[in-house]
Design a protein around this ligand. Structure first.
Ligand SMILES: [Zn+2]
Length: 240
């Protein structure tokens, strides 16, 4: 039987998890948790690089973050498929690795693949707990699904302090060498290869950090509010 993990981060494309939640992956690993990353596609529609290069880059990024595993499914980049067949593949992963929490993209984003990923992961997380749905693996339902933001900004439900793992996150982002700014690259320019894109990622991390009075933060949205055991600790180091 495969080793279980505490958290599984799902993304539509390789680099989605790194850009929005990589600091939280690295922090969780640093805190002793076991973390898996699952990309629903191989990012084969990317303008730069090739699927082989992106696969190598994704493996290097997962290694930089300390993930226990990274898995790439084949739901089709640019037209992400979400039928029962795809749902069952996610259910199989959840029942095998039995995460306590699942993290997915907020299911409303400019990129339809992100929206579809948020929806199918949420729905599969529920269905994975149905005992009557027999797949040969014991039913398992995570405690909840947490969401990260991508293009659309929403009010965060909470922010994770990732100041200590921001450098590791950026190392994982830079592992996608074919995608980001490289003055020597002869490949066509894209939205994310523009130097302004990485400056935006830094600014966003600093902005979310400022909301909780730390250097860098990553924001999450929940449909179910978190229980706070220590209200004072949750606001420590701050002044209104
Ligand atoms: Zn994406």
């Amino acid at each position: 039987m495969a080793d279980t993990v505490d958290l599984i981060f799902f993304g539509a494309h390789p680099d989605d998890v790194e850009l929005s939640a990589g600091g939280t992956v690295a922090k969780s690993v640093k805190d002793g948790l076991r973390v898996g990353i699952v990309d629903l596609t191989r990012g084969e529609m990317g303008t730069r690089g090739t699927p082989q290069i992106r696969k190598r880059e994704a493996a290097a990024a997962a290694k930089a973050l300390g993930a226990s595993f990274r898995m790439q499914l084949d739901f089709q980049d640019g037209n992400l498929q979400t039928g029962r067949e795809q749902e069952l593949q996610i259910i199989e992963i959840l029942r095998t690795y039995r995460p306590k929490l699942v993290i997915a993209p907020w299911p409303d984003d400019r990129h339809p693949d992100h929206t579809r990923t948020g929806n199918i992961v949420t729905e599969a997380s529920f269905y994975a707990g149905l005992r009557a749905l027999e797949t040969g693996l014991e039913a398992h339902r995570p405690q909840t699904v947490l969401y990260y933001m991508q293009n659309y900004m929403l009010a965060p439900s909470f922010v994770v302090d990732v100041s200590k793992t921001w450098k590791t996150k950026m190392k994982s982002v830079y592992a996608y060498k074919s995608q980001f700014h490289d003055p020597k690259s002869k490949e066509p320019a894209t939205f994310i290869s523009d130097p302004k894109f990485l400056a935006m990622i830094d600014a966003r991390g600093r902005h979310f950090g400022a909301l909780i009075n730390v250097e860098y933060g990553e924001a999450f949205i929940t449909k179910q509010p978190p229980r706070i055991d220590d209200m004072i600790a949750a606001y420590s180091g701050r002044e209104i």
